[in-house]
Write a protein that binds this ligand. Sequence first.
Ligand code: GLU
Length: 400
Amino acid sequence: MSTPLPFHPSANIAELRESVTIAVSQKAKALKAAGREVIDLGAGEPDFDTPIPIRDAAKRALDQGATRYTAVEGILPLREAIAAQANARYRGGPSIGAGDVVVSSGSKQSLYNACVVLFGPGDEVLVPTPSWTSYYEMVALARATAVEVPGDPARGFKVDVPLLERFATPRTRGVMLNSPSNPTGSVYSPDELRALLDHCAARGWWVISDEIYVRIAYDAVAPGALDVATRRDNLIVVDGVAKAYAMTGWRIGWTISPTAVAKAMGALQSHTTSNPATVSQHAALAALTLGEPVESAVRRMVAEFKTRRDAALPILRASAQLTVLQPEGAFYFYLKVPGADRLADAGAEFANRLLEEEGVAIVPGSAFRTPGWVRISYAAAQAQVVEACHRVVRLAARMA
Ligand code: GLU
């Protein structure tokens, strides 16, 4: 047999790092399959099943033949429903049409599409840090440079205009925003968000506003960019059904953008994946249009996340060894662990030891470019979340 062809990764992915959020949950699943008892608080994935009316609608759609290709950018009724909901929130101009919406295979693909069509070699993109692990990689896959903008933990790591300006250069082309935030759970107020959007518009910077957690907020309604923006010629809103409707596996996300950007993303998608799964689009349509039967399920899930947060936060806060942010939305605790100021990556050491010694999987903050911190998902049963937080506190005491 001839020698196998050696694999040298192409320049496209030479720097690519695997998704740590995905890797942690896969490792937890593998350990469970091997018989170990693991509490998995790694994945940012609701533990609820998709509400029944949505599943029923998907079954009906299948029976009615929803098995073929659709338009690359998604079926028209879904794009119209997305546009109608967006218009109900948006006071500026021009109004949003179905042609401004591209439906993709998860908001992850939507974000990637946006990065690839907007940014390229030589461009810099400001990424408030910590941010979700994939922003940095997606910007790099677009061959642009992600510029980390380190937030202040005392402000829940939120950024403001002066801070963005400290990292701006003539090459700055865009900013990634995410509220409620993964991993911090912070929520920008309407005034904070408006100030950022106004400034980015005045500077001619693109804003990619990832609003996948916008319906999961506990203390006040979380504004989306379209609630406060007065113009949208520089704005790409990314959302999807995964988190609010417990539909992670259906893989449906979307963008709302200026028409020209939507056309470019549709063209890109026409060469990569074509339309997202047809039956999933019908399920998403049901999620957005069935009204009360679905809305009541969403309210119940959000209320349950809040109950878990309120049960577990005091346990973490009682530890003198931990600094714990107040999560106002999403379903994550973000905390600084012992040794953060001393060790190169105390968060990774903490997460590794927590899995080995206490059987709890969480994500090290280095995934979000803040070593020394860790992320705990509370999208799991309350008893598990509470038990895991006691174990976190126990390990913190041992590591102090
Ligand atoms: N976004 C979720 C998380 O941060 C799901 C996993 C992923 O796609 O990164 O855990």
